[in-house]
Design a binder for this molecule. Structure first.
Ligand code: ZN
Ligand code: ZN
Length: 412
C-alpha cells in the first residue's frame, strides 16, 4: 500500500491561481498561436525552479529534476476557440484572433483549457514546495493546438522526447460540466477517434430567377446534409457508437444569385476502427451519389484532421481510481463510459509506448445541475466553470497522481 498524500491548496496559492486563471481566461489564443500563454507559463515554471524549453512552436516543456527516482509527466493543453464569449463573467474574454485562412474571429477559452494550465501550475507549485519529501523527476507539458489536433504532433515532431527525460506514465485532465469537486475516468477507451472533412460541392451558378439554367449547389448541399443523417441511424449497429455532425455550411453572397459552390464541414466520431471505416465509406458514397443525382461534378473531400482513439491503460487507470479516491474522497471519484469527444493527448504516451491516463474533473456548482436547463457544456459561448472547488480539485488531482509515483523520501 502506497502512502497517502493528503494535499490541500493553501489559501495564498489558491488566490494566486485564481488570479492566473482570470488572466488566462481574459487572454485566450487560437490554436498554435499561444505566444502570450507560452511566455506566461514559461515564466511561472522558471520561478518554481523548473527548467523550461519551448517545444513545437508555442508548446512549453518544464522539467524539475529532484534526485534519482521515477520520471512522471502531466500534460495541460493551452488553446482557446474561435467563439464570442457570452458569459456575464467580470473576466470574460473580448480577445480577437486571426485564423490561418486570414479570417478575424473572437476568441474564448470555451473548452476550459485555462483551467488545465492553472491546475498544472498549481500542482507544480505544490511539488516544488514539497521537494524535500520526494525524489524523482517531474515533466510538465503545456501543449498547444489541442483543438486542431496539431499540438501533440508538433511537440513530438520537434523532438519532445529527445529533449526531456522519458516518463513512465503521462497524465492529463479535462474540465467538464460535471459537479465541481468530482473526478470521473474511464477504464480502457476514454475518448472517441474523430475525423473532420471539408466538402466542396460544385454546381453551376446563375440568376436566382432562372434555376433551370443552373445546378444549384445550395439544394445539393442540403440533400447531402439531410441524407447523411441516415448513416448512423440506418447503417451502424445499435450497439456501436457513431456521431455524424455537419456544423458549418457556407454558400452564396446574395439572395438572387445562385452560387457556383457550397462548402460544408463534416465531423465524424467512433470508438472502433471498423465502424469508422464503414461510416466514412457511407459518407463518401452519399456525397458522390447526391452530386450525381443533381447533375453536378464529383465533390471535393478534403480531410482536415484525424484524432486517435484515446485509451486509458487499464492498470494505470485502476491505480488512478484508488489514488484520486484517496486524495478527493472515494465518493467524489467514479468511472464513466467513453466520451464521444476527442483528444490528441494519446499521441504523447503512445510515442514512448508508456501508459497514458486521462480524467475529467467537474466545473459546475452542484445546485446548477438541478435547474431545468442543461448546463452549458465545453465549446458553448456560455461555458463558465465555477472557480471553486473546480480549480482546487484539478490541482489536488494532478498533484496526487504525480506525487503518488515519485519516491517518498520519508520511506527511506
Ligand atoms: Zn475542446
Ligand atoms: Zn478541450
Amino acid at each position: 500500500m502506497s502512502p497517502r498524500h493528503d494535499a490541500v491548496v493553501p489559501a495564498e496559492l489558491r488566490s494566486a491561481l485564481h488570479e492566473l486563471y482570470r488572466d488566462l481566461h481574459r487572454h485566450p489564443e487560437l490554436s498554435m498561436q499561444e505566444e502570450r500563454t507560452a511566455a506566461l507559463v514559461g515564466e511561472r515554471m522558471l520561478e518554481l525552479g523548473f527548467e523550461t524549453l519551448r517545444v513545437g512552436g508555442t508548446g512549453v516543456a518544464a522539467v524539475l529534476r529532484n534526485g534519482p527516482g521515477p520520471v512522471v509527466a502531466l500534460r495541460a493543453d493551452t488553446d482557446g476557440l474561435p467563439l464570442a464569449e457570452a458569459t456575464d463573467l467580470p473576466y470574460a474574454s473580448t480577445a480577437r484572433g486571426t485564423l490561418p485562412d486570414g479570417t478575424e474571429v473572437p476568441v474564448m477559452h470555451a473548452c476550459g483549457h485555462d483551467t488545465h494550465i492553472t491546475c498544472a501550475v498549481g500542482a507544480a507549485s505544490l511539488l516544488a514546495q514539497a521537494r524535500h519529501e520526494w525524489s524523482g523527476t517531474v515533466v510538465m507539458l503545456f501543449q498547444p493546438g489541442e483543438e486542431t489536433s496539431a499540438g501533440a504532433r508538433a511537440m513530438l515532431d520537434d523532438g519532445l522526447w529527445d529533449r526531456v527525460p522519458h516518463p513512465e506514465v503521462v497524465y492529463a485532465q479535462h474540465v467538464w460540466p460535471g459537479p465541481a469537486g468530482t473526478v470521473e475516468l474511464s477504464i480502457g477507451p476514454a475518448m472517441a477517434m474523430a475525423d473532420a472533412w471539408k466538402v466542396t460541392v460544385h454546381g453551376r451558378g446563375g440568376h436566382g430567377s432562372r434555376p433551370e439554367t443552373t445546378v444549384d449547389p445550395v439544394v445539393l448541399a442540403a440533400y447531402i446534409i439531410v441524407r447523411i443523417q441516415g448513416v448512423v441511424a440506418r447503417e451502424v449497429a445499435a450497439q456501436s457508437a457513431a456521431v455524424v455532425t455537419v456544423a458549418t455550411v457556407h454558400a452564396g453572397l446574395k439572395e438572387n444569385v445562385i452560387p457556383d459552390t457550397a462548402e460544408l464541414t463534416v465531423n465524424v466520431r467512433n470508438l472502433d476502427a471498423h465502424v469508422r471505416d464503414r461510416v466514412l465509406d457511407a459518407l463518401r458514397r452519399v456525397i458522390r451519389a447526391e452530386a450525381e443525382a443533381s447533375g453536378a461534378p464529383e465533390p471535393q473531400i478534403e480531410e482536415l484532421y484525424t484524432f486517435p482513439l484515446l485509451v486509458n491503460d487499464p492498470a494505470a487507470a485502476a491505480e488512478a481510481l484508488e489514488v484520486l479516491g484517496g486524495a478527493l474522497g472515494a465518493d467524489h471519484v467514479s468511472t464513466t463510459p467513453a466520451m464521444m469527444g476527442s483528444e490528441d493527448f494519446g499521441h504523447l504516451p503512445q510515442a514512448l509506448g508508456v501508459p497514458g491516463v486521462y480524467w475529467f474533473f467537474g466545473g459546475t456548482a452542484p445546485g446548477d445541475l438541478e435547474g431545468p436547463d442543461p448546463v452549458p457544456s465545453n465549446h458553448s459561448p456560455r461555458f463558465a466553470p465555477v472557480l471553486e472547488p473546480t480549480l482546487s480539485t484539478g490541482v489536488v488531482a494532478a498533484y496526487s497522481m504525480l506525487r503518488h509515483r515519485l519516491t517518498d523520501v520519508t520511506d527511506r
